[in-house]
Design a protein around this ligand. Structure first.
Ligand code: ZN
Length: 290
């Protein structure tokens, strides 16, 4: 494999990890067996990011052999990824223990092994012995899956709601840092990102009234932050600007929730920014005449 090709594939695999899609799994499984250690490592990492989306048993069967990879970084990232699967990764605990005890194993690999082993063991204790962990933010009791997901991502315990809110805060923070300013839309509304600016501009141009706000609304116990609400039509528009898989897990859950609640929601993504007129018009025309 030449270097240019490896680089292209590497960035492609990273994108697969951020896709929040179950469909990318077969490709990742293939890359996990690539001749390139870099690609094997990235494939392992991507599978970990898709925990909660891709099939757990298949993922664990894929990751476990990589714990014995000749390249230490492949072993390290496979160990890390396994932690995200919590209880379901319990069959790998023996392998992790062996790695920890192996005097030849690199220290940085062992650090990941310890961290993941701890997450998996605690998740198992929660599931089997009813040991309770509380959300570090709102103090509700959390499930073993919530525990594993948040520990792997943040090294903190969060319920899914708080996990998502922490992510949203980070998204807003990242956006602000990236732009180093808040942005004023044509009608004076302060929005957070270039994508939201374009949406606000389009709505104003097309004489569609909207409310924009950053406050959360709680629907059925889950925190929702609608970006835009169109009061005349009772339609929500969400701009999903951040591209990490963990965030999108929350996104899929929320989209389902909107649907269950019978809410009309239009989802827009960074890729829609450049043909917003067509995309938004098409999506709105499902609900209203425009
Ligand atoms: Zn919480």
């Amino acid at each position: 494999m030449n270097i240019a090709n490896e680089k292209t594939l590497a960035s492609y695999i990273k994108q697969l990890g951020e896709s929040a899609s179950v469909d990318v799994y077969p490709e990742l499984a293939k890359f996990a067996k690539s001749e390139s250690p870099l690609l094997r490592r990235l494939a392992a990492s991507a599978v970990g990011k898709l925990s909660g989306i891709v099939d757990s048993s298949a993922s664990i069967e894929l990751l476990r052999p990589l714990l014995f990879d000749l390249h230490p970084q492949v072993r390290q990232y496979s160990a890390k990824a396994l932690g995200a699967f919590g209880v379901k990764a319990a069959p790998a605990l023996d392998d992790l223990r062996d790695m920890y005890r192996n005097p030849e194993e690199k220290d940085y690999v062992k650090r990941s092994v310890i961290a993941s082993g701890k997450i998996i063991k605690n998740a198992v204790e929660m599931a089997e012995k009813g040991k309770k962990h509380k959300c570090g933010r709102c103090s509700v009791s959390i499930s073993p899956d919530e525990y594993a997901r948040s520990q792997k991502a943040f090294e903190r315990s969060f319920c899914d709601n708080c996990f998502d809110e922490v992510y949203l805060k980070r998204r807003n923070f990242d956006t602000k840092v990236e732009l180093n300013k808040t942005i004023q839309a044509k009608d004076g509304t302060i929005v957070q990102s270039d994508g939201e600016l374009k949406i606000a501009g389009w709505l104003t141009t097309n004489n569609i009234r909207y409310r924009y706000d950053e406050r959360f609304r709680i629907i059925e116990g889950t925190a929702i932050r609608p970006d835009f609400y169109l009061p005349e039509f009772d339609i929500y528009i969400e701009y999903w600007g951040m591209d990490t898989a963990d965030y999108k897990i929350g996104m899929l859950k929320k989209q389902k929730l909107y649907q269950q609640q019978g809410k009309k929601i239009i989802s827009l993504y960074p890729k829609d920014k450049n043909n917003l007129n067509t995309t938004l018009r098409n999506k709105l025309s499902k609900y209203i005449q425009i």
